[in-house]
Design a protein around this ligand. Structure first.
Ligand code: F0G
Length: 427
């Protein structure tokens, strides 16, 4: 048997690894990669550690370092890597104190080459697109996937087409997408409409779809968890909190933990806490009903990255939450902006959707779900500069100023003015 097959999550059909199918050809279900893992935990750890000193991709990549668990059959010459990953795990007292938990470790995925975790999935999906001879690639996006797709398509030399919701993409993301050269379509509709259109267009026009329904994306995104576990010496935290929109990452995290345990890299599985924005929280609502039904909503939130009402990876995310004894919580826009201001003022910074993870930790702490002494990893999914519009609004334009607003002060060019300002700011 081949080392890797694509398995339909619905009907169980097995599809060759090199078949460029967006969905199961038999029943339309989502596909998942199934690898035959070889090697002992010690052998895996030694291979991961040996690659850490590499200077060039693919070994220098925080995705391909874990290639035995990601895409074992990929040849180095096929790999499209920036490189990516190798993101810091940071702790800041101000953030832990605000969340009410002794240790909140922030996994900062904004340190990836295009400023979000999407690069981890994109390096694998673009590698696969190249291996299978894609003539063009496409995605629907709230902005980060499109920026990442555009950059990796440029590197691979494959034409890229993106579908984004007109008027609802943060400035940093839209401008990245244009700069990296993707053909950019501003669709009059929300993300869910963009994804439906992108799926139809990719079927009709023979373009490979690189959204997170593409199973190769999830293989790359698993490495967020693998890298966290590696950074913690394979001693798992109690919780991993992450923002949840289309539920690709939630699904990837569940798969990473399942496999890390199956391979013997960890003996215990952390609990996942998937956090949604209140105005776009179908998954959190369903969780409260023990996932008895599938819910869709008309989404609205300041966190445009997760402004999604009909998440595509629903079933596999349900499995991730169930497998890890996880929870799903929702937080208001005010809670997100508050958490973001705290993360930003700690000198770390992130985009609004990312702050949902820390806001969720604070809420779960208040509700007594997370205990104060538990070790929590909160994933910051995107960089502070992704959404300058949200920053201008918070710090300069909101009346009355929010609690943590840092208004700039315009002065005449003389030292007395500076002295006056300094006297006010230092007492
Ligand atoms: N955080 C950020 C910064 C994101 O961009 C996204 C998703 C998520 C969290 C949620 O991840 O969808 O896997 O549950 N952004 C997608 C995009 C939808 O198009 O960039 P998810």
């Amino acid at each position: 048997m081949a080392d890797t097959v694509q398995r339909c999550e619905r009907c169980g059909a097995a599809i060759d690894e090199l078949e460029p199918a967006a969905e199961c050809p038999a029943c339309g279900g989502l596909l998942e990669l199934e690898h035959a893992f070889r090697g002992t935990p010690a052998e895996h750890r030694a291979a991961f550690a040996a690659r850490r000193s590499a200077l060039a991709p693919p070994d220098a990549s925080g995705v391909w370092r874990y290639r035995e668990l990601v895409l074992p059959s990929a040849e180095s010459g096929d790999i499209v890597s920036h490189p990516e990953g190798n993101t810091p795990l940071v702790e800041r007292d101000g953030v832990s104190r605000w969340a009410g938990v002794e240790h909140v470790l922030m996994k900062h995925e904004g340190h990836n080459p295009t400023g979000s975790f999407k690069d981890r999935g994109m390096t694998v999906a673009m590698t696969q697109a190249r291996r299978t001879g894609a003539r063009a690639v496409a995605c629907a996006s709230t902005g980060n996937t499109s920026a990442s797709l555009a950059a990796y398509a440029a590197q691979a030399g494959i034409p890229a087409l993106v579908f984004v919701p007109a008027g609802h993409v943060a400035l940093g993301k839209l401008t990245q997408t244009l700069a990296y050269g993707a053909r950019t379509l501003l669709v009059r509709g929300n993300f869910d409409a963009c994804l439906t259109l992108a799926r139809e267009a990719s079927h009709a026009l023979g373009i490979q779809l690189l959204n997170s329904i593409n199973p190769f994306r999830l293989e790359g995104q698993k490495t967020i968890v693998l890298e966290v576990l590696d950074q913690l010496g394979w001693d798992p935290p109690d919780w991993i909190a992450l923002p949840a929109g289309n539920l690709g990452n939630t699904s990837a995290f569940g798969k990473a933990l399942r496999e890390a345990q199956a391979v013997g890299l960890i003996a215990r599985v952390p609990r996942l806490a998937a956090i949604q924005a209140e105005g776009a929280s179908p998954f959190a609502q369903a969780f409260r009903e023990r996932f008895a039904r599938h819910i869709e909503v008309d989404p609205e939130t300041v966190a445009t990255a997760i402004r999604i009402g009909a998440p595509a990876s629903w079933e596999r995310a349900v499995r991730a939450i169930r497998d890890t004894n996880g929870v799903v919580e929702s937080v208001s826009d005010a809670e997100i902006l508050d958490a973001k201001a705290v993360i930003d003022a700690a000198g770390v910074g992130c985009e609004p959707a990312s702050a949902a993870s820390v806001a969720g930790v604070a809420k779960l702490r208040q509700r007594g779900v997370i205990r104060p002494g538990e070790r929590v990893v909160a994933v910051l999914t995107g960089h502070l500069l992704k959404d300058p519009g949200a920053l201008v609004k918070y710090h300069q334009e909101t009346e009355p100023p929010p609690q943590r607003a840092n208004r700039p002060i315009e002065i005449d060019a003389n030292v007395d003015e500076v002295r006056r300002v300094l006297a006010k700011s230092t007492h």
